[in-house]
Design a protein around this ligand. Sequence first.
Ligand code: OTU
Length: 644
Amino acid sequence: ALPPTIHESRLSLQRLLPRLRKSFPTEIEGADWAAFEDRLERHFPVLFDLLWQVYGPSYDFFFHVEQILRTCAESWLERDADLKSLDAIREGHAHWYQSNRVVGAMAYVDLFSGDLSGLREKISYLNELGVTYLHLMPLFKSPDGDDDGGYAISSYREVDPALGTMDDLRELAAELRQQGMSLVLDFVFNHTSDEHEWAQQARKGSEEFEKYYWMFPDREEPDQYEQTLRPIFPDAHPGSFTYHTSIGKWVWTTFNNFQWDLNYKNPDVFNAMAGEMLYLANAGVEMLRMDAVPFLWKEKGTNCENLEQAHLLIQAFNAIARIAAPALIFKSEAIVAPDEIKKYVSEEECHLSYNPPLMVQLWNSLASRNARLMLHSLPKRFELPQGCSWVNYLRCHDDIGWGFEDRDMWEVGMNPHDHRWFLNHFFTGNHESSFGRGRLFQHNPVTGDARICGTTASLCGLEKALYEGDELQTEYAIRRILMLYGIIFTMGGIPLIYLGDEIGLVNDYDYPEDPEKAGDDRWLHRPSFDWEKAENRKNPDTVEGKLFSGMLKLSQIRKNNQAFHETRTEFVDVGNHHVFGYFRVHEGQSILCLANFNDEPAIVSATRLRQLGMRKTFTDLVAGQSIVATERLVLEPLQFMAIL
Ligand code: OTU
């Protein structure tokens, strides 16, 4: 069947609209319904086309389209006036997130501040750092015991009672908004927990809800699928399916066995999840971290990652947001091969994306003490479509997987297998040149694959240096952290601070004592925030004082210089492979950032600087010094400069 033309989709809307209006005879009065219809007219053709591509040739297609429009309308009618005015503001200033004034931070509510009301008391701390975007880890109802750090959601409409209530969440969002901070939450839409209402119905044998998940009576189909799947959490279970004895069925569980993958081949699932998404938007969430996007669609004979339909589904969710919650934007979480990551980024799909290629390159350069692979690889895929941005980060709550493009490694003379082996040894402290104190995650003895856990401070050598009482190494560890964050704050995109890094929190070795956490080594780098340590930030002689003031300076440099606006970044080879360099240019301002990854001083020749268009005298914004480079510029070990 041919896809509908724009004219045909308009005709469909003309038929559906009167019925939609009639379903809400009284509610539409005074609810800014005209604005809704206006957006519907604008975005329906796109939505209709996407839905057609995914669900089109089925007998009940129009029924589902109508249901989806009802979900949009109901949500709009419930959206509060404050958020509706934010919608209008954001539409007039669509690329607000590209501003150099945006600084992100992320934290677990319980670990950072106990609960949601405790968090309101910590807003001033976030303000101190200049944070304008706060990502809170999943805070919804989830199973007792292991819940994958909240990523197994039992209800998208109920806050975990230990953290507060939905009203607390709404109030927090409103207060953040008032203080110029956007609330970011996860949209965990690939799976629900096995205790979600839908899963419970499915367990009871409800035909309707069994179709919400992927359930099989025997191994026949799971075996067929598994021929081409890669295991994601091999420690939790081999393969991608779990046998549930109570129901006698195999259930698709890409991640842990208590996380049941939703079946998006069923349009009811899409509609239901659109409702959950809009519910979050109406609670005041301004940005959704689209969790685990690669896995949304499954097809036999493929690896069931990054399939075309996954993209179409995200675009359809996006179109729904444009219609019913226009202030809402998406951030893609696709921790996959560099070439696949970019495919999720466009204004029609995800406005923002994590930048794992940058993250892994930074850790690699730190271990290798040079920037060769990074300079060869990053420029190839850094540019994003108009209006989109990266979210640049060093650490998050997850492990670090060495997601380089093998091709890039061969091109600079590296053996991908051996080099990954080196990195895993390096960051677990098992290499002669190591300073890192990490642990392996999901080590797969069959393939030899493994990822790395550990906090920024521990991976940068602070834990080891403090333990050994080595002052020089402590100083170097501080420099490493600030150099890496220097890049995060100045590279094109939004910088994201993993809260705790600004005071150098090291690994938490007590997590195995907590049965909820014992099975998952990622808890190593999820320590409780240490407010006593944080007090030291006021004392410039302490490690915390040095790190915090260093981060603060970086945050201010970013905010005070328009060169850091938007995403455009011009990478440059400064003629010394230890030094990573790039220009940021915007509205007449041009800043050259330089980072020396070596533990020795590094020299950049004045001739090279002149070739790059630099004058003889310039100012380093980080050290706050002017520099005269007649013959050469010398960077201290692990120094980061932003020169103007
Ligand atoms: C995400 O991560 C979350 O960030 C994890 O904390 C969750 O456990 C998981 O989803 C399940 O909800 O495999 O090792 O690119 O790499 O989504 C982390 C996709 C993960 C995956 C990523 C996933």
